[in-house]
Design a protein around this ligand. Structure first.
Ligand code: WQD
Length: 332
């Protein structure tokens, strides 16, 4: 299939581009490079030996988006493009609503105009809010606690409404847990612009000595060691899940929500310990107060992905830690 990948230069997008090409699909990418760089796409081309069209444009620029559909025959879209920093979304909600919501509506309107009605959407476990219990399955109640999460849930609702209005649409909503790691080549990796928000890039800053220590946000949660528990999933496993979603979307109409997680919970201190062990480094860290909005535990029941997509995560925490560190050392 010919797949349009929005935000294809990003951390997850670039890994998905690699896996799509590796699986024999053709791709077209657009990205505005707000939180990514063209280098990631050049690395995808180098790693796969395949070239593909790249459009530098913003999804708010309707004319540019239409141009992509005018110039190419597109079978399906994988939609990664969007702002994704929780803290930034609290400070700048309108920027997030305009970019993520308006941008997605423009993309969907353009898809409909060109009769492209298959989309895989990059959603997030954040739509579950504070889960009553864990593991979390797709039937759990939805509730969000920040503008970033609200944009994800609103886009999910928009996609479900589109499917109600037009039975020809095929929508797979993938709810990611916590993506970490990097491609084995180290040429594709998490490369956030500005100050990173997520645990792994901040842990790596401490391991590199770029900061004095990693702040561990609270050790008084009701978890096995008091620190926050999450479902860390290797970005390569996550990317492969998108290829499986494209296979599924070819034969299925309507909207479906699917968790992409390992089903294993890991605490902050456990991740630090694993990272130190596999990489032979020390991660200076200090327990500080909880981060507002954090939940104690969040990890997936991944059984629906196995049942519907024939997908499950295979890479473990040690590979995630090793690949994350090697990618940074490679870049140095
Ligand atoms: C993980 C754990 C923190 C930083 C968010 C979004 C989610 C997705 C992934 C986009 C928590 C602790 C963190 C630090 C710490 N976003 N932590 N010190 O909050 O689970 O999920 O990022 O794709 O939608 O909600 O991820 O990496 O920020 O935090 O102790 O410096 O690490 O308290 O327990 P989170 P995270």
């Amino acid at each position: 299939m010919n797949i349009l990948v929005s935000g294809g230069a990003g951390f997850i997008g670039s890994h998905a581009c690699f896996e799509l090409l590796d699986a024999g699909h053709d791709i077209i990418v657009f990205d505005n490079y707000y939180n990514s760089s063209p280098e990631a796409l050049a690395n995808v081309e180098e790693l796969t030996g395949k070239s593909f069209k790249i459009y530098e444009c913003d999804m708010l620029d309707r004319a540019s988006i239409e141009k992509i559909f005018e110039e190419n025959t597109i079978d399906a879209v994988i939609h990664f493009a969007g702002y994704k920093a929780v803290g930034e979304s609290v400070a700048k909600p309108l920027m997030y609503y305009n970019n993520n919501i308006t941008g997605t509506v423009i993309l969907l309107e353009t898809m409909a105009k060109y009769n492209v009605k298959k989309i895989v959407f990059s959603s997030s476990a954040t739509v579950y809010g504070v889960p009553e219990t864990v593991p979390i399955n797709e039937s759990f109640p939805l509730g969000v606690t920040n503008p970033y999460g609200r944009t994800k849930l609103m886009i999910e609702d928009i996609l479900r409404d589109v499917c109600v209005s037009d039975k020809d649409w095929s929508v797979v909503i993938l709810r990611y847990f916590n993506p970490v790691g990097a491609h084995a080549s180290s040429k594709l990796r998490e490369n956030p612009k500005g100050i990173p928000n997520n645990l792994m890039p901040r842990l790596i800053q401490a391991a590199k000595g770029e900061v004095e220590y990693l702040t561990v946000f609270g050790d008084d949660y009701p978890t096995r060691d008091g620190t926050g528990v999450r479902d860390y999933i290797h970005v390569v496993d996550l990317a492969k899940g998108h290829v499986k979603a494209i296979d599924y979307i070819a034969d299925n109409k309507g909207a479906i929500e699917i968790n992409l997680g390992t089903g294993n919970g890991c605490s902050v201190l456990e991740l630090i310990k694993t990272f130190e062990k596999v990489n032979g480094v020390t991660v200076p860290h200090k327990i500080v107060e909880r981060r507002p909005g954090d939940v104690a535990e969040c990890y997936a029941d991944p059984s629906l992905a196995k049942e519907l997509l024939g997908w499950s995560a295979v890479l473990g925490l040690e590979e995630m830690c090793r690949d994350s560190w090697r990618a940074v050392m490679y870049e140095a």
